[in-house]
Design a protein around this ligand. Sequence first.
Ligand code: C5P
Length: 238
Amino acid sequence: MSNDARVIVALDYPAVAPALEFVSKVNPEQCKLKVGKELFTRAGPQFVETLVSRGFDVFLDLKFHDIPNTVAAACRVACELGVWMLNVHALGGREMMSAAKEAVAKSSYQPRLIAVTILTSMNEVALKEVGLAGTPKEHVLSLAILAQQSGLDGVVCSAQEAHMLRDRLGPEFQLVTPGIRPANADAGDQKRIMTPADAIKNGATFLVVGRPITQAGDPTAVLRQISQEIEQVTSAMM
Ligand code: C5P
C-alpha cells in the first residue's frame, strides 16, 4: 500500500512510547514514517510491523553495507516486514546493490530500494582521509549513477544536490532529501538546509523532516503547513 504523502517524518525517538505518542496524532494519508538505527535498535522489527499494521508507509533507514550475500539477505527480511522503502550504502558497490535489488525483486512485496551516496557529514578532507580524492559532489553524482545502473529506485541526497541529480538521472529516479526546514524553523545541527517548497522545486520526490515536526508544540499543525506548502508548489509546477 502507498499513498500520495511526500513528507517522511523521521521518528528519531529513543524509545517506543514517545514515538507512538507522535504516531497516534497523525494518519497514514498525512505522512510516511522513517525508522532509523536508534529506534530500530531499541524497538526492533515488531515496532516496524506495528506501524505497518496501522497503515503507514514505513521507510526503514538502516543503510545496509556489507558483502552482497548478507545485504541481499537483510533486504529479503526487510521486505517481509512490509516496509515501503529501504536503503543501502552505494559505497558497497555495484555487485552489492544489484544483489539487494534482486532480493527485493524476488520478494512477494517489493518496497522501493534507494541508496545513500556520501554521508552529508563527510567533507572533502574527511573523504581524503578514507582514500577518496575529489569533492563530495563528484562522488555523490558518480555513486548516484552507479545506483541507477544497479537497478535502484533512487538515492538519499541533500536538497542542494537534487537539481543536479534530477537533471542527470531523469524524472523517475526518486530523490529523498533530509535537511528540510520550514522558513521559520530552527536549523538545529543541519548545516545545509532548504525549505520544503525549494526542495520540491529542485526536484526532490520525498522530504525527510524530523525535529521541525516531532519537537513542535503542535506537530500536526506543522505537518499540515508543510504539506500545504508542497501542494501549492507542485500545482504551480504542473
Ligand atoms: O530532525 P531532522 O529534520 O534534522 O532529521 C533529519 C533526518 O534525516 C534524521 O533522521 C537524519 O538522521 C536523517 N538524515 C540526514 N542527513 C542525511 C541522511 C539522513 O539528516 N544526509
